[in-house]
Design a protein around this ligand. Structure first.
Ligand code: SAH
Length: 464
């Protein structure tokens, strides 16, 4: 972080703009908006600046810059077209500890002015540290479209109730959860649609009903995090991720997804560390119970969908046994992600009328897959956790009658920037995996639909 962002309260504070042209005027307008007590120093003023000074009754010192004019100033803009004067202003301010900005001369600025989106009282400021000001403007344009113009109304109305809510809910966590719930409900829409009174009524209702104990009740969110690309999260997943006090995650959850969890949440890694074993499932289930009992909002993030080869069922069974409230949020399973990002439709009128998901993982070596049922040439087979067992799976399928030249694809790290797609046939699957140095997580897709991968090659350009 090259700069430290702050918002300054300048109401009634003496501030100075050195320069009477249009550049100075832009800064003067901003300072005036923020309530500063403004002085303009310049032997002459542009027509627009003169009008502004007169209209707003600002102090104009019609003279050249001198350091004595800095007396008592909190913040100064050097906005003359003379680089030497600007530098003198900068040096004099530095010597006196006054915040100073020489417009468009980043080398002699103690602070910089960000691009701003003004939804007062909400203000969003963006900076690229002076590296690419145009980028900050782009970002600002995007934010302008993202944050409705009436966002300020929302903040103002909510702000009216701040003290009242604080009194009713002295506990900070309870308060945060109260506002979270209120802001994601109909209150926000009313407030932003100009129905201020209806919005106020909703807040009063919510305050009357607020109960600290039930707000801070522990709860578990079992959330599908999708296959990796954060764009594939559901809105609900994101909302719960923002509410969590603690998150339990494993290898399948990508960093990009983890970055979206509430920043203050504690992070507990419960996956495998290299050759080590993961936290045993029973311990994990009980950890969820313990944390919820402490009154925490516990986020259990799972790769893909929690109920597809995710042992999510076992986790909520334990919660139910212990009477812990929970929610389950579906995620995009990796087969769906891999299929779309690799251009391999899992079903297709000409190639496959069905699809089966199986796991290649064997519990204590026992084989429970019904091979004879997996050999239909008109169905796609997707194998999760199948990389280690792939050669054996291919052998079994061929032995039970699936064609040796059945196309197969191995999709590695699907939907992430590291996604790789390898194709071959059932007969060559083992060599393919060994040869390409494929690492988990990866899925094996078996069936004629894989032929479409080349045909739909343009898809690859769509991958992240
Ligand atoms: N619940 C998860 C699956 C958990 S089992 C889901 O719905 O996707 C773990 C297996 O999922 C891995 O061995 C791998 O086969 C597959 N998998 C998960 N994420 C993947 C990804 N990004 N790319 C390829 N395969 C993935």
């Amino acid at each position: 972080m090259d700069q430290f962002p702050v918002f300054l309260k300048l109401q009634g504070q003496p501030c100075l703009v050195v320069g009477g042209g249009d550049v100075g005027l832009r800064k003067a307008r901003l300072l005036h908006k923020a309530g500063a007590r403004l002085t303009i120093v310049s032997p002459e003023l542009s027509a627009a600046m003169r009008e502004f000074v007169l209209q707003q009754g600002l102090v104009h010192v019609a003279a050249c810059y001198e350091s004595s004019q800095l007396q008592g100033m909190r913040l100064v803009f050097a906005a003359t077209d003379d680089a030497d004067v600007n530098r003198r202003v900068f040096e004099d301010c530095e010597a006196r500890g006054i915040l100073v900005n020489a417009v468009d001369q980043p080398a002699i600025c103690r602070f910089i002015t960000p691009s701003i989106v003004d939804r007062s009282p909400v203000i969003i400021a963006a900076s690229t540290g002076g590296a690419v000001p145009v980028l900050a403007r782009h970002l600002r344009a995007r934010l302008e479209t993202l944050v409705p113009a009436s966002y300020g109304d929302l903040a103002r109305i909510a702000g009216e109730f701040r003290a009242e809510v604080k009194e009713k809910l002295p506990d900070t966590t309870a308060r945060r959860l109260f506002w979270d719930a209120l802001l994601s409900g109909p209150f926000a829409e009313r407030a932003m649609n100009g129905q201020a009174d209806a919005a106020r009524a909703l807040v009063r209702e919510a305050i009357a009903a607020a109960d600290a104990q039930s707000l801070t009740r522990g709860e578990v969110f079992l959330v599908g995090a999708g296959p990796g690309d954060p764009d594939l999260l559901t809105f609900r997943a994101l909302r719960l991720m923002q509410m969590a006090d603690v998150v339990l995650y494993d290898n399948l959850v990508s960093d990009a997804v983890l970055d979206l969890v509430r920043r203050d949440a504690d992070r507990l890694y419960v996956g495998k560390k290299r050759a080590d074993h993961a936290v045993p499932q029973e311990d994990l289930n009980l950890t969820l119970v313990r944390l919820a009992r402490e009154g925490k909002k516990v986020l259990r993030l799972k790769g893909g969908d929690p109920f597809i080869f995710g042992r999510g069922g076992e986790e909520i069974e334990t919660l139910a046994e212990h009477g812990i409230p929970f929610q389950v949020v579906p995620g995009i399973t990796s087969a769906a992600g891999a299929s779309c990002y690799a251009g391999i439709p899992l079903t297709h009128r000409d190639y496959a009328q069905g699809v089966t998901f199986v796991t290649g993982h064997r519990r204590e070596g026992e084989d429970t897959l019904d091979w004879a049922r997996l050999t239909n040439p008109h169905e796609t087979l997707v194998v999760y956790m199948g990389i280690m067992q792939a050669p054996r799976i291919a052998q079994e399928l061929m032995a039970h009658g699936r064609r040796a030249d059945t196309p197969v694809a191995v999709v590695e790290k699907a939907t992430t920037p590291q996604q790789r797609v390898h194709t071959g046939t059932l007969a060559t699957l083992g060599e393919l995996i060994a040869g390409a140095g494929i690492k988990p997580p990866a899925l094996v897709i078996i069936g004629d639909v894989v032929k479409l991968h080349d045909k739909l090659a343009w898809y690859r350009n769509n991958a992240p």
